[in-house]
Design a protein around this ligand. Sequence first.
Ligand code: DC
Length: 226
Amino acid sequence: MSEDKTSAPVIAIDGPSGSGKSTVSKTLATALDAGYLDTGAMYRAATHAVLQAEVDPDDADEVLKTVTTATIEIATSPEQPSVTVDGDEADEAIRSDETTANVSAVAAHGDVRKHLIKQQQELIKAAAGGIVVEGRDIAEVVAPDADLKIYLTANPDERARRRAAETGNDADSTKDSIDKRDQADSKTTRPLEAPDDSHVIDSTDLPIVEVVAKILALLNNRNIDG
Ligand code: DC
């Protein structure tokens, strides 16, 4: 995708919730002085718009109308990755339990995906200094020509532990809701399967810095191999 693979790489990071994608992607983008795009935040922002408009998340036509009418803007700085909906800051709202519970339904509508994927591809194209893009379908759909593709995973207990630590909810109910979301997301994307051409990294027992070091080593090898 990028001409100069050394200075402006596009790096795809896919994986399920709690795999460590966000922390790894932000740390990596900062280390590379590159941009950071959280595609999950865009689906969450779309869901927030739908809930605010009191639209049924399963109503494909109304959801599409709401999402395409709303102005969703996402900042691609790894230090301050903020999102706004119709000009209003929505960073907290997109992480609410209500948004999380409804995001899979909104993300399941094909036309909503097309709309957001187009925006994601434009943001990637505009990232002159390279970009780390995290999500569920980056390697396969959003950036099939990415310079490096990573599939990050961790075992279900560890994923639930991490998510619970972030949200303050208890680990058992978190495991349950992660499991439900994985199943729902699996109808649309393949969060639990590594794409064929991705490097798989299991972060269950690896600290973030080591995951990032592994990715940087893969990127360097790629540059050396051409
Ligand atoms: O990564 P996350 O938990 O913030 O993502 C929120 C939801 O958005 C996730 O449950 C599925 C959806 N999603 C998607 O369908 N495709 C992506 N590329 C990223 C997220």
